[in-house]
Design a protein around this ligand. Sequence first.
Ligand code: KG4
Length: 340
Amino acid sequence: METIILGIESSCDDTSAAIIKNNTILSNVIASQAVHEAFGGVVPELASRAHQQNIIPVVDKAIKDANISPYDINAVAFTRGPGLMGSLLVGSSFAKGFALARNIPLIDVDHLQAHILAHFIQEPGAQREVPSFPFLCLLVSGGNSQIILVKDYLEMEVIGQTIDDAAGEAFDKCAKVMGLPYPGGPLIDKNAQLGNKTAFTFSKPKIQNFDYSFSGLKTSFLYFLRDRLQENPAFMDENLPDLCASLQHTIVEILMEKVIKAARHTGIRDIALAGGVSANSGLREAITIEATKHNWRTFIPKVAYTTDNAAMIAVTGYYKFIKGAFTSQDATPYARNMVW
Ligand code: KG4
């Protein structure tokens, strides 16, 4: 049976809509919000206003790009949380209205589970290799750093997570200290490619189990820069690539140490990356190197499916649709992480 699902994502500052036929993506439209750049971070009120403006044109384009009619859609999947409440309300209200008008099922999707299931998105004409269950997924974004044991499409267990800042937050906050605009992660990555990753060393946390901590690194980076700038006001300009490369190297080492530990502990050799930080070139390189050493199969989604996108919401919607896991019109969005 062919199932066509409309996916809607509006958890933060990207308004996105996608159409999927079973697990094959037909369209994925994203409207990003430049309005936040001037503020050095996402302004929640501005984000929800921009979602209001974008949602209808984005859905309309997704339907047109997929070359289908709105009447072909069998179900609507939307991000229920976690995210910014005002942003989530726009996507969820639209999804509810659409489902009600068409009298089709409504499917609520957890944004973090969707990041993981992005690995199962197929594109027309090319069958992509997918991880086998159980696999481990390192989910690293602006709001999360977690190691997840993925037992099945909808059966996941968080086995490690950050006790303070997320890896993306560490990138962005350190970038801000260096005067780089938001989001700083991609700019650190770009500069790092021209620098020496062993030029400077920063302290690494000693945290139990498979958990992470990034707040100490951020503080040590801040103090390091303050001291160097006192000695030489031109220190930053003279050393930006080396600073970025050394910082990136430290963050990647912290992330990889726990992934290696978790893989060893569970005996699992299918390892996946997910979330915005998985676009990082240092992390991609490190996981590839470790894969050779430990005989892992590694899975990294296309960059378009690692940042916030509705394709991952639609594919998760498909796996929930198969199970008949629908929600009702009174499903309210949630801002914080759910315990699965
Ligand atoms: O998953 P995502 O798009 O959004 C949420 O967090 O919801 O992740 C965004 C995060 C930001 O912190 C951004 O700086 C980081 O991903 N990021 C990167 C890179 N690309 C995006 N961090 C390091 N290197 C990159 N190439």
